[in-house]
Structures are given as C-alpha cells and as structure tokens.
Ligand binder design. Structure first.
Ligand SMILES: NC(=O)c1ccc[n+]([C@@H]2O[C@H](COP(=O)([O-])OP(=O)(O)OC[C@H]3O[C@@H](n4cnc5c(N)ncnc54)[C@H](OP(=O)(O)O)[C@@H]3O)[C@@H](O)[C@H]2O)c1
Length: 293
C-alpha cells in the first residue's frame, strides 16, 4: 500500500510512519523536519495548492491521510483566520485534489465536535454542536471530505510518543510529574483517548477493508482527565509530582470546551472485527512502548 501523509512530521504522522514503515511505501509533506531513516518527504506548506497537487499526482498513493491541522484550541480561538484557512479551506482543497486524481482521502477529525450535553458515549449518528473555533473548523473539514463517497473520516482523541519537541497530553503529564510538579487535572471532563500507535494500526486495517464514511476511533469507554493522570502516575510507578482534583471552571481558557467527549467505538470495532483497548489498557501499552524506546 502506498500512503501520502500531510503533517507527516507531527504526532500522528510520525507514528503512522513508525508503525507502518515495514508494510507500506510512505511519503508526504510537512513544514517541519522529520528524521526517520529511509523516509523521504517534501517540506512545503499545504497552502501551496499546485505544488501539493503535483506532488500527490507524482506519488500516486492509494490513499492520502490528512493529519495536518491547526490543533491548538486556544490559538485557533485567537486566530480564527488561520484555523479556517488550514482546517477548512485547505482540507477542501485536498478533498478536491484527491477527487480529481481518484484517490481516497482519510481525514482525522476530533471529539470536540460535540457539546458534551449527552449523558451517553457519543455515536456517529448523534447531533454535533461545536463550542469553539477549532471544533467548528474541524467539523467544516469533515463535511468537505464527506462530499465524496470514497472518503473516510475518523473522529478521535490521541496521545502517545511524539518525536517533535511538542509533548502529547500523556507525555506532558509524565514529564511534569517526573519534574516533581503539582498538576491540576479536571474531574469534570471526560474523554476516550486512544494511543496514537493503535490509531495508526486501525487506519491501516480500514484502508485494507476500503471503509468509507464517518467513524469514531477512540478507546473503549471513557475516563476523566483526573483519573487519566492518576492512572498514568500509578502505572508508570512515579513517586514524584502530584495531581490535584479540580473543576474545569477554575481555569480560564480562551476557548470554551466540552465537558463530555467520551465516544463509542462500536461501529469501527464491529466493521473491522477488532477490540480496542480501554483507557487503562492503553496506558499500560503506552508504558510498554515507553520502556522499549
Ligand atoms: N493531538 C490531539 O490530542 C488530537 C485530538 C483530537 C484530534 N486530533 C486531530 O488529529 C490530527 C493530528 O494531530 P497531531 O496531534 O498529530 O497534530 P500535530 O502534531 O500538530 O501534527 C501536524 C503537523 O502538520 C504540520 N503543519 C501545520 N500546518 C501545516 C501546513 N500549512 N503545511 C504543512 N504542514 C503543516 C505541523 O507543523 P507545526 O507543528 O509547525 O504546526 C505538524 O508537524 C489533527 O487533524 C488533529 O485535529 C488531534
């Protein structure tokens, strides 16, 4: 399988490379450097639409996996033009290019499209109601991608090992505790975080099966941010640092956030006949990979 990844040097991009390099031919584009042996990619901005079209046409991938995005929720609120340009317009450009070239597009979206008012785990059929610019622009991107029936959209929430200087949520908790810091973590916000290497594997399986449409790809069940931090501390056997149980109201974020982002992975689990890890099993795997690194 030949894959083309936008944002190949980012958290998800570099984990797809690491996980699938022995099974797929992989290339892509990013504005950052990526230093992984035997991987070549081009360094330019996705805003260069003609250059992107030429590169994808030349590579002729079986699928484009579009991971590049404006991902910092508060920065998107402060700079909505940037968020709309990258998450909406550029995604629309990529969907158009892929359609012209007859290539399947996999778009990575977010659990943030929900307002958190439900008491259940969110299903693909549930109503969306984004509360901030990031979530609105990611939802706009979904709609542009789903205009074409061969495409695939995965809503997710990820953490794992990042080869960039930016730390994923899990790494931020670990390094802060290792430095002996005291973290305030929310007991009133829940989510269904999936390990990024597991997401990479599911992308591969979904492409093998030629799945199309919208799927929630997340952990089985959900966990509060506080409990996630506590489990991480316990399973990594960290003796330093501490975690305070706090309510999200005490933080004054620029962007409004949903308090309940837990999603159900029943649809993707059924279609691929897989069992996805619970948050706790996922943290155990994170520890295993961390020790191996
Ligand atoms: N991380 C999460 O917790 C999370 C949760 C839910 C959904 N998601 C979604 O998952 C996807 C992957 O997230 P991620 O955490 O892997 O993101 P990431 O680490 O920020 O990776 C994205 C990569 O794309 C690059 N990029 C940004 N603008 C670009 C442009 N104009 N042209 C080319 N490359 C560009 C980024 O460079 P810079 O770093 O310089 O911007 C970065 O290397 C995103 O679509 C995100 O919305 C992520």
């Amino acid at each position: 399988m030949r894959l083309y990844i936008t944002g190949i040097a980012g958290l998800l991009g570099n984990n797809i490379v690491k996980r699938l390099v022995n099974r797929c031919e992989i290339t892509g584009v990013d504005i950052l450097d990526l230093d992984i042996p035997n991987i070549t990619y081009e360094k330019f901005s996705l805003y260069e639409k003609e250059r992107l079209r030429l590169h994808i046409a030349q590579v002729k991938p079986d699928a484009v996996i579009h991971t590049a995005a404006a991902v910092n929720v508060d920065e998107c609120e402060e700079n909505p033009q940037w968020a709309y340009k990258l998450n909406k317009e550029t995604t629309g450009d990529i969907a158009e290019i892929c359609n012209e070239l007859g290539i399947k597009l996999v778009y990575i979206s977010s659990d943030a499209v929900f307002d958190g008012e439900s008491e259940e785990l969110y299903q693909e059929t549930d109503l969306v109601n984004p509360l901030n610019v990031y979530a609105k622009t990611k939802l706009d991107g979904e709609r542009l991608v789903l205009n074409y029936s061969r495409n695939l959209v995965f809503r997710t929430n990820i953490y794992g090992q990042n080869i960039q200087n930016k730390k994923s949520f899990g790494e931020w908790i670990l390094s802060s505790l290792e430095e002996g810091k005291v973290l305030n973590m929310f007991e009133d916000i829940d989510f269904s975080p999936i390990l990024v290497s597991d997401l990479a594997e599911i992308i591969y399986k979904a492409l093998e099966k030629d799945l199309c449409g919208l799927y929630h790809v997340c952990a089985t069940g959900c966990i509060t941010k506080y409990d996630f931090g506590i489990k991480l501390k316990e399973l990594f056997e960290l003796k330093t640092g501490n975690i305070n149980r706090v309510q999200s109201e005490m933080m004054h974020f620029k962007a409004k956030r949903s308090k309940h982002m837990g999603m159900s992975n029943a649809k993707i689990s059924r279609e691929l006949e897989i069992k996805i890890r619970t948050p706790e099993e996922s943290i155990r795997e994170f520890r295993r990979l961390y020790d191996e690194f």
